[in-house]
Design a protein around this ligand. Structure first.
Ligand SMILES: *[C@@H]1O[C@H](CO)[C@@H](O)[C@H](O)[C@H]1NC(C)=O
Ligand SMILES: *[C@@H]1O[C@H](CO)[C@@H](O)[C@H](O)[C@H]1NC(C)=O
Ligand SMILES: *[C@@H]1O[C@H](CO)[C@@H](O)[C@H](O)[C@H]1NC(C)=O
Ligand SMILES: [Zn+2]
Length: 968
């Protein structure tokens, strides 16, 4: 899935980092990670009253919930049947029925082959009311002369999502059969399966039907063998209102007008799909417009959106970039795009960022639409990288698919990595390959430094239930997956990596694989490349990165030339109770430079080794461009030399590594490997730094200080020091923008302009508040004509609302409700959390759970933003505690529960807060925390670490900041 869980928008993300603090990882994960609504205890579909023709029976098993070892109590399907073809007809109703429900009806056949004799058919079906036919919930016929045994009994096994069919005789291996079902389902606004999304066109409410199947919701749309390895061909037919258009994975073959009973409808049929997995299915019925590539191109590309968005040309950017990115991947994979069309559609309600359905990619509006009046450069980058991420899946993931969800990390990590390559091809001036380090590597270091982290790869048997599968969609899977794949590609060289990848994709097209299949194909290429020296096979090297959690800190001692490694834990006292056969040691590729000159790379494959060229009195810098997934520490002498170099001429050190020095130092300090004062000293040179990446790293690192100190007396000296450091940056941008009348040319300069203003305003640099308030007031005076530059909107709105009162808030709320641009709405969603007035924040919290006020997909974001505000923090925590049951049961969204907990507890740093958190865990233990289970434990761990950190560092930091603020 796309950066689904990705950020709501990149700009908000950047701001959120300062204000929501420590939020980099959270926000990125939010946008990329996937959050699907699902109710934890999906219940058996209750029996339908004996009315009309639709009735449901409930079998004995579902009324006796005693655990058993019956096949229908297992989450995994038995290996007895393999589907080959489905024929599915669906008819969504976009108006309520007489019971006030939106529903869809349908019928479906599946042809399957029996591979082992069995008298039991298990097929997934969840929350569907199946119609009785001849006394059973399905009918069975034999194919190709096979005789179907009679059905003995059928029932729905709710907990495991099965339609169970017991036969009076055996299906025979080698024979094929066909199963037929008829069903009704609710077209709910639950963002999963076949669901409903709504928007207003003027004052008219429009309803559309769309899908989100990944990972386990195809079974909510029609009965199917819903596991990724059970690939089949799908023939789709959609019945729909005549004023709507119907889309599916395959190209439309034709639409005819007809009637169903009294109702005038259209019927659209589609080309059969290639052999594919159920989780990649998609169908949409809507009143959208589209733009397309000219006729005659090999691949038809269409961008679909609300008619108003198309009219405002918000789809143009996506259309312009999709072709080049597809071509880039054809070259990169050395394999043609497998389909004849690529539809991409922007949906008003969508849980993830986007979803790579084969041939019909679905997006959040902000991930596909670009509006040059309201979208910032970050929003634009978001669009380019999400499109690239989803297109990358068309081969990697869709054509060749993981055997089971335990290998999700490979699918998502890979797509996340190559999305930066694809987007870089489309936007070569943006330096996206460098930005990858900020967005992805540094973001996930924080999560993976916890003892409660987890390995990238699980044994298949450990992942079974839908909740376990949902929990995999986290930042470890996406960002660490991407980081270690980038490391692999770097040490193999891109050429070798691409060649292995290409043979892998060609060998396994339309099939399923495990990650070792990729290793094997890469290894074959390594073996054919004589010059490439590795310390072991790819499997030996990579197992250490994917089968054990965490990553090392590599320590360089330039006085002896010794290098060594150690599992990096942000809290050195935390206990790692997950054993690893590799003893938390890694094979580490060491790239390095000495006084600015790049040296021959080496590998560290033991705990410690002597590397005599590193015994030197020059400065040594290790992990160039952060190609390796590890942090670096040095002896004090080398740290001093690096600091001296930064203060004398920082440009000698590559920009990514300037960012790394800051980021590593702050994190090593938190882990008590270096002194906190050393970390603070890495920020001293920033008064002369104008580049984005080091500033961004500092802003994020200091984000932690804001969180820990903004409720304490240390805040005064902290503000003073940061003010002194950011003042020159603010002036720099004032100059190069000709007194704020222009926007800098460079993509990264544009980002850093926002940092300059945001940080300057936060710490009270003279002129900043006047500047942003001035813009905000102008906008309030003349909202139709006055336009704040989109890059600056988030920070200007936030500062305006923070300084203002009820009128400013209400004005922004109205703008939020009225805008037709999702990018604009996201900025306002964030800015509304900036007010300092408690009752406004409380009201906003209330709104967040009311789908008429805040879309469900955004609810978690608004609560987390409010918690990022120092005044909103306790309010949000009280609110969550008071409403947890409701939030949890109404489905705040699978993975986003985790983000919610993480976001709201980010500032926790007192014993009292720890106790509250533990009480909260105990109080709801019976209901469980579903996909937030790990996040809750991580929050507890982080709170403990924060308490300790404050005890040890508060005075020291205060002293240093006070002195540094005074220095000239
Ligand atoms: C399914 O059946 C139940 C029980 O009769 C009913 O409450 C529910 O509304 C039905 N769902 C749909 C979509 O018709
Ligand atoms: C079907 O009906 C719609 C609406 O009445 C009309 O616009 C469309 O042209 C018709 N299509 C065909 C194939 O007749
Ligand atoms: C925004 O897009 C419109 C429509 O494509 C175009 O006419 C206009 O010049 C663009 N404005 C800017 C500032 O790029
Ligand atoms: Zn993905």
């Amino acid at each position: 899935m796309g950066k689904g869980v990705f950020v709501i928008s990149r700009t908000v993300g950047v701001l959120g980092i300062v204000l929501v603090a420590a939020g980099a990882a959270t926000i990125i994960a939010l946008s990329v990670v996937y959050a699907q609504e699902k109710s934890k205890n999906a219940e058996a579909v209750p029996p339908t009253p004996p009315a009309t023709s639709t009735t449901t029976t409930r079998g004995p098993a579902s009324t006796t919930p005693t655990p058993s070892n019956e096949p229908w109590d297992q989450y995994r399907l038995p290996d007895t049947l393999r589907p080959s073809t489905y024929n599915v007809m669906l008819w969504p109703r976009l108006t309520k029925n007489e019971h006030g429900l939106y529903v869809f009806t349908g019928h479906s056949t599946v042809d399957f082959k029996c591979v082992k004799d069995t008298d039991l058919i298990l097929i997934h079906s969840n929350q569907l009311n199946l119609t009785q036919i001849d006394g059973h919930l399905a009918t069975l016929t034999g194919l190709d002369g096979a005789t179907a045994p009679a059905i003995r009994t059928t029932w729905l096994q709710g907990a495991t999502h099965y339609l169970v069919i017991q036969l009076s005789d055996k299906l025979l291996a080698g024979k094929s059969y066909q199963l037929y079902t008829e069903f009704t389902g609710e077209l709910a606004d639950d963002l999963g399966g076949f669901y409903r999304s709504e928007y207003y066109e003027g004052s008219e409410l429009k309803v559309l039907a769309t899908t989100q199947m990944q990972p386990t919701d195809a079974r909510k749309a029609f009965p199917c063998f819903d596991e990724p390895a059970l690939k089949a061909v799908f023939y789709m037919t959609l019945i729909h209102d005549r004023n709507t258009v119907a889309l599916a994975n395959g190209m439309e073959i034709g639409t005819i007008n007809t009637t169903q009973g009294e109702v005038e409808v259209s019927v659209t049929t589609f080309e059969p799909t290639p052999i594919m997995s159920t989780y990649l299915l998609a169908f949409v019925v809507c009143e959208y417009d589209f733009i397309r590539t000219p006729a005659g191109e090999k691949v038809l590309i269409r961008i679909w959106a609300r008619p108003q968005a198309i009219a405002e040309r918000q789809g143009d950017y996506a259309l312009e970039k999709t072709g080049p990115i597809l071509q880039f991947f054809e070259n990169y994979y050395n394999a043609p795009y497998p389909l004849n069309k690529s539809d991409q559609i922007a949906l008003p309600d969508f849980s993830a960022g986007a979803m790579e359905n084969w041939g019909l990619i679905t997006y959040r509006e902000t991930a596909l639409l670009y509006n040059n009046k309201t979208s910032s450069n970050g929003d634009k980058e978001w669009v380019a990288t999400v499109i690239a991420h989803e297109l990358a899946h068309m081969w990697f993931g869709n054509l060749v698919t993981m055997e089971w969800w335990n290998d999700l990390w490979l699918n998502e990590g890979f797509a996340t990595y190559v999305s930066y390559l694809g987007a870089d091809h489309a936007e070569p001036t943006w330096k996206l390959k460098e930005l990858f380090v900020l967005s992805t590597v540094q973001g996930v270091f924080g999560v993976d430094a916890l003892a409660s982290s987890h390995p990238l790869s699980y044994p298949p048997g450990e992942i079974n239930s839908p909740e376990q599968i949902s929990e995999l969609f986290d930042s470890i899977t996406y960002s660490k997956g991407a980081s270690v794949i980038r490391m692999l590609s770097e040490f193999l060289t891109e050429d070798v990596f691409k060649r292995g990848l290409s043979t892998y994709l060609n060998a396994f097209a339309y099939q399923n694989t495990v990650y070792k299949d990729l290793w094997k194909h890469l290894q074959d290429e390594v073996d054919k490349t004589p010059g490439l020296q590795l310390p072991g096979s790819i499997e030996e090297i990579m197992n250490r990165w994917i089968l054990q959690m965490g990553f090392p800190v590599v320590s360089i001692d330039t006085t002896t030339g010794n290098i060594s490694q150690k599992h990096f834990l942000i809290d050195p006292e935390s206990v790692v109770d997950r054993p690893s056969v590799y003893n938390y040691e890694w094979y580490v590729p060491i790239t390095w430079m000495k006084s600015g000159v790049v040296q021959a790379p080496v590998w560290l494959i033991t705990k410690s080794a002597d590397q005599s060229p590193m015994k030197t009195t020059d400065w040594v810098l290790v992990n160039l461009n952060i190609a390796g997934f590890y942090r670096v520490n040095y002896d004090q002498g080398n740290w001093e030399r690096l600091l001296t170099q930064l203060n004398a001429d920082h440009k000698v050190i590559p920009v990514i590594n300037r960012a790394q020095i800051v980021d590593d130092a702050f994190n090593l300090a938190r882990a008590k490997i270096v002194d906190t004062v050393l970390a603070l000293r890495t920020t001293q040179y920033l008064s002369r730094e104008t580049d984005y990446m080091p500033w961004e790293s500092a802003v994020r690192s200091l984000g932690y200080y804001f969180l820990m100190f903004d409720r304490t007396e240390v805040y005064g000296s902290m503000q003073k020091y940061i003010k002194k450091q950011v003042g020159p940056l603010f002036k720099h941008f004032e100059n190069i923008t000709e007194n704020w009348t222009k926007i800098p040319d460079g993509h990264n300069d544009q980002y850093n302009q926002v940092n300059a203003i945001t940080v300057a305003c936060k710490v009270g640099v003279e002129g900043c508040a006047e500047l942003t308030l001035g813009w905000f007031k102008e906008w309030m005076k003349d909202p139709q004509n006055y336009s704040i530059h989109p890059n600056l909107k988030s920070t200007v709105y936030c500062n305006g609302i923070a300084a203002g009162g009820v009128d400013e808030w209400n004005f922004a709320w109205k703008a939020f409700k009225n805008t037709s641009s999702a990018a604009e709405a996201d900025k306002l969603l964030y800015a509304l959390s900036c007010t300092k007035i408690p009752w406004l924040l409380n009201r906003y919290l209330q709104y967040s759970l009311d789908p008429n006020m805040v879309r469900k997909q955004d609810a978690v974001f608004s609560i987390v933003y409010i918690a990022g505000n120092v005044i909103g923090q306790p309010l949000a925590w009280d609110f969550i505690r008071a409403n947890w049951k409701f939030i949890f049961q109404s489905g705040g969204g699978g993975l986003s529960f985790g983000r919610l907990i993480t976001g709201v507890t980010e500032r926790f740093s007192t014993e009292f807060e720890l106790k509250q958190l533990l009480d909260f865990k105990a109080e709801h233990a019976d209901m469980g925390f579903g996909s937030a289970t790990i996040a809750l434990d991580q929050s507890i761990e982080k709170t403990k670490a924060n308490i300790k950190w404050l005890e040890e560092n508060k005075e020291k930091v205060d002293e240093w900041l006070t002195a540094a603020a005074r220095q000239q």
